[in-house]
Design a protein around this ligand. Structure first.
Ligand code: CA2
Length: 148
């Protein structure tokens, strides 16, 4: 059974506790359950992680690249949070590991502040999903399933 890694970056552990107008009322635990159900629908195993630390996210991307090369992983649904807009290191990790990434944002980053309009991940992502709330995670899993 192949795995999909759902990787969440900084502050996403706060989902559902503040800013419901932007991110909705769902908690990260709710998102995990939603992703688990969507992966099960396609017969995939899910690996769900969140970290507030850039290096931990880089390690996870590299590990995923090795797993994909070995044939045990389909790809990553990656909500890198604010690191999306700042991290050359995450760009390099995705590019260097060769892992398939769907970049995911709960909010429509293009309808928000200008500093959220640029993504270091988009040029190295297979595709980008933004603005569909937490339902975007299921869309991204379905997109990866369609590619496998
Ligand atoms: O829309 C998204 O999913 C984002 O990746 C979320 C990031 C933000 O920096 C990106 O520009 C867009 C922020 C995640 C923080 O989430 C919070 C949730 C509740 C309360 C505080 C932060």
């Amino acid at each position: 059974m192949k795995t999909i890694l759902v990787l969440n970056g900084p502050n996403l552990n706060l989902l559902g506790t503040r800013e419901p107008a932007v991110y909705g009322a769902h908690t990260l635990t709710n998102v995990e359950a939603l992703c688990d159900a969507e992966c099960a629908k396609f017969g995939f195993k899910m690996d769900f992680r969140q970290s507030n630390h850039e290096g931990v996210l880089i390690d996870a991307v590299q590990e995923a690249g090795r797993a994909q090369a070995a044939g045990s992983l389909i790809g990553i649904v990656f909500n890198a949070g604010a690191y999306t807009h700042t991290s050359v290191a995450l760009h390099d990790a995705v590019k260097g590991s060769g892992v398939t990434v769907i970049e995911l944002h709960i909010s429509n980053v293009h309808a928000r502040e200008a500093f959220r309009h640029h993504s270091f991940l988009s040029p190295v992502a297979k595709g980008v999903i933004a603005g569909f709330g937490v339902a975007g995670y299921a869309l991204a899993i379905s997109a990866l399933a369609g590619m496998s």
